[in-house]
Each structure stands twice: as structure tokens, then as C-alpha cells.
Ligand binder design. Structure first.
Ligand code: SF4
Length: 407
């Protein structure tokens, strides 16, 4: 089946200059992403700020120009189309932005704001027809009675109402694809669930396909069929939402999940619910680490991951795809990087498997038979398993920290 959206080797780089007369650089916001979005699904794109998820979403809609690679919409390559050729397609692919307060023109009435796309796209004969179409869509998103809202202005409305109107404006042209960038992040908690419910209902009733960009993993779990995890411009794990978010394979996915605060039990230690944060911050996208770009923060990094190694690519691993060298080191059929049990052999001891993988990885050259992966390249007086120029974390190579192991 042809996907509704196919992204192939997509790169979006932005030239920057540091200060007046300073050195030039390139922000590699999206840096080689290949991804399909199947018609009717909700694909979540998750990651920290600076991971490139917003730029990827905008590139899918051709709201930013790709530097390299290709975006296909409904089988048609839209990467190099001019604005005139894009215009008829724009009604079929619509954005919903994060901030409903900024998304609506304060000087434009609600009726005109929602009617405007119908007039621009030639889908209504005149203003009266467009406002009638707008009223019907406002009713559909729960702004009722619509007639009472048509001549009101955004300043009269709550955040939740504004986001419903932003949804109405996106849907009034009858799109197939909606790219929603943090659609509930600016809303009160009590309103978020209502808007998310509405989005799920609209998808079902109108046959929509969503790309949902979010840093909120709970939102992704609630709404998404599949999830793609982005780190520093690349997808590092992609698969069914339940698999990715409940059985993370990639160390970064695991770190994201570990960073979610949890409610401590009433009679327990309040600190028990404190989030465990991944070390460091997302590196500067103008200076992407060589090797695996996550290696400076990864607690499992070994020499094949470091500056002399190679960048891992997405590979199948137990129903998902993961870009991590550890996947190759998992025993055949296990498909499970650190801490995961061997699903194909329940007799395999879970923590023993983890230990085996990391032991094999460190300083032994195991996993470096692939000529694309540089092995133990350091001089003989280097610490075992560690290249002297590597800036991966100063773990004690003898100490293996298994986050899944019982305390
Ligand atoms: Fe960590 Fe190495 Fe996997 Fe990258 S390839 S996520 S550094 S173990």
C-alpha cells in the first residue's frame, strides 16, 4: 500500500552565523530521515527540544525547504514543486500549531478566520457561502451554537475554544493529513483531555491521518498508533506506540521514559517519583557528535559508538526499528538491546543477557567485524575499550549499570 506521506533521506539544514562577523555554521535540524506515514494512522514524533521534530513536520508540509532528500504526498513528489503547483495540495495537508493564541489573527473574526481557507482555495463561491461552511465546521468541533461565535474575536475566547477554532480552520478544506505540533501543550490540563478526545473523534469520523509532534509521551501513547523517536535530527526508534513506549529498545527512548515524573505512593518516599534525567543536554546541532550522535550522553556507549565509530542506522529489532549498535550484538532472534529480555527464548536470563551484550561490546572488538564499524582503534595504553580522544562518558568499564536490574 502506498503510504500517504513518504519521507526519504530528508535533510533540512539552516545556515547560521555566530554574532556579527562570527564564524558560519550549519544547523542540521533534520539530518537524514526516512519515514512513512500510512493513511488513517496517527504517527507520533517525539523527542526533546532541539531534536528536529517540528522541522520534520514542517518539511512534510513543505513549510520549510528541504536541503536534500524527498517528500512524497499521496504518491507525488512534492519536494521541488513551486507554490502554484503546491496550492491545490495544501488544502489536503494542513498544520495545527502549538499556540492557539498566536495562530489566530486578533483582528479577524472567528467566522472570517475559518471561512478564509475556503475562499483562498476556491471551495466557496462567495463570503456568505464560506461563512456557512465555517459555521458547519465550528459546530463539528464543538463551538456551539456557531452563529453566536462567527462575529466574535479571539480575545473573547478561552484557550480551549481557540484551539478548537484552529482545528476547525485546519479541517474546513477537507484535508487528508493534519500535522499537529504540540496541539495541547499550551492548554490547561483539564482542557487537554477534551481536545485530545475531539482530535481522536475527528480522525475516526473524517478519515484523517495525523502526524502528532509532541514531547509529552502520555499524549503520544493516548493518540498514536506508531511513534518515531527523534534525537538530534535523526529517527532513532520507530514502531507501534505500545512497543516503543512500554518496551523501549533504544537507550535514548528509555532515557526519555525514565525522565517522566511519576506520582510517589501516599505512604512512600516523595522522592521516589522524581524523574531520572538523562545526562547532559541535546548537543549543538551545528556540531553533531561523530559516530552515534547520542554517544556523549549514552550510558551504554562503547568504542563502536564513539568518534571513530559509525552512525548506527535503523534496523529491525523485535517488531520495531532501532538505530543502535547494540542491536547487532543481541543474540540472534533476541532483537533486544540493553535490559530487554529475550522474547524468543524465555529461558534466557534477562539481566544476564544485558550483561553479556555490554561485556561483549566493551574493548573486545566484538560487533566491529562490520567494516563500517571501526573497532578498537586506540593505542595500547588506552583504557580498555576506550579511545583516548573519545568524549563518551567516563564510565568505569568494569561497572555495568543495568537499569532493569532489581535494586
Ligand atoms: Fe548508545 Fe552506542 Fe547505541 Fe548510540 S549506538 S545509543 S552510543 S549504545
Amino acid at each position: 500500500m502506498t503510504p500517504l506521506v513518504r519521507v526519504t533521506d530528508l535533510a533540512v539544514h539552516f545556515p547560521v552565523r555566530r554574532g556579527i562577523g562570527g564564524p558560519k555554521g550549519v544547523v542540521r535540524a533534520v539530518d537524514g530521515v526516512s519515514l512513512d506515514v500510512v493513511g488513517g494512522e496517527t504517527l507520533g514524533i517525539v523527542g526533546e527540544s532541539g531534536s528536529g521534530k517540528t522541522t520534520l513536520g514542517r518539511a512534510m508540509l513543505r513549510l520549510v525547504e528541504p536541503t536534500a532528500g524527498r517528500v512524497e504526498f499521496d504518491g507525488r513528489d512534492i519536494t521541488r514543486l513551486g507554490e502554484r503547483e503546491l496550492r491545490p495540495l495544501r488544502r489536503r495537508m494542513q498544520p495545527v500549531f502549538q499556540d492557539p493564541h498566536a495562530a489566530l489573527n486578533p483582528a479577524m473574526s472567528i467566522g472570517d478566520a475559518v471561512a478564509h481557507p475556503l475562499l483562498i482555495q476556491g471551495l466557496a463561491a462567495d463570503r456568505a457561502g464560506a461563512r456557512a461552511g465555517a459555521a458547519a465546521m465550528l459546530e463539528r468541533v464543538g463551538i456551539t451554537p456557531a452563529a453566536a461565535f462567527l462575529d466574535r474575536f479571539p480575545e473573547d475566547l478561552s484557550g480551549g475554544q481557540k484551539q478548537r477554532i484552529v482545528l476547525a480552520r485546519a479541517l474546513v478544506t477537507g484535508p487528508s493529513l493534519v500535522v499537529a505540533d504540540e496541539p495541547v501543550a499550551m492548554l490547561d490540563m483539564s482542557v487537554r483531555a477534551l481536545v485530545l478526545d475531539l482530535m481522536a473523534e475527528l480522525r475516526r469520523d473524517l478519515g484523517l491521518t495525523y502526524v502528532l509532534i509532541t514531547h509529552d509521551l502520555a499524549t503520544a501513547r493516548l493518540l498514536c498508533d506508531r511513534v518515531a523517536v527523534m534525537y538530534l535530527g535523526r529517527v532513532v526508534e520507530v514502531g507501534p506506540a505500545g512497543e516503543v513506549l512500554h518496551h523501549p529498545r533504544h537507550p535514548y527512548t528509555r532515557a526519555l521514559l525514565d525522565a517522566v515524573p511519576r506520582m510517589a505512593p501516599l505512604d512512600g518516599d516523595p522522592a521516589a517519583g522524581r524523574a531520572r534525567l538523562v545526562a547532559g543536554e541535546v548537543p549543538d546541532a551545528t556540531d553533531v557528535p561523530a559516530g552515534c550522535r547520542f554517544h556523549p550522553r549514552c550510558p551504554f556507549a562503547f568504542e563502536a559508538c564513539g568518534p571513530d565509530g559509525t552512525e548506527p542506522v535503523l534496523e529491525p529489532a523485535g517488531g520495531v526499528e532501532v538505530a543502535c549498535h547494540l542491536v547487532r550484538l543481541a543474540p540472534s532472534g533476541a532483537g533486544n538491546p540493553p535490559g530487554m529480555g529475550n522474547e524468543e527464548d524465555p529461558g534466557e536470563e534477562k539481566h544476564g543477557l544485558f550483561r553479556t551484550i555490554v561485556e561483549r561490546a566493551r574493548g573486545t572488538g566484538v560487533g566491529t567485524e562490520d567494516p563500517n564499524i571501526v573497532g578498537d582503534a586506540g593505542p595500547t595504553d588506552a583504557a580498555p575499550g576506550r579511545h583516548p580522544d573519545s568524549h563518551w562518558p567516563p564510565n568505569d568499564p568494569g561497572e555495568i549499570v543495568d537499569p532493569e536490574a532489581p535494586a
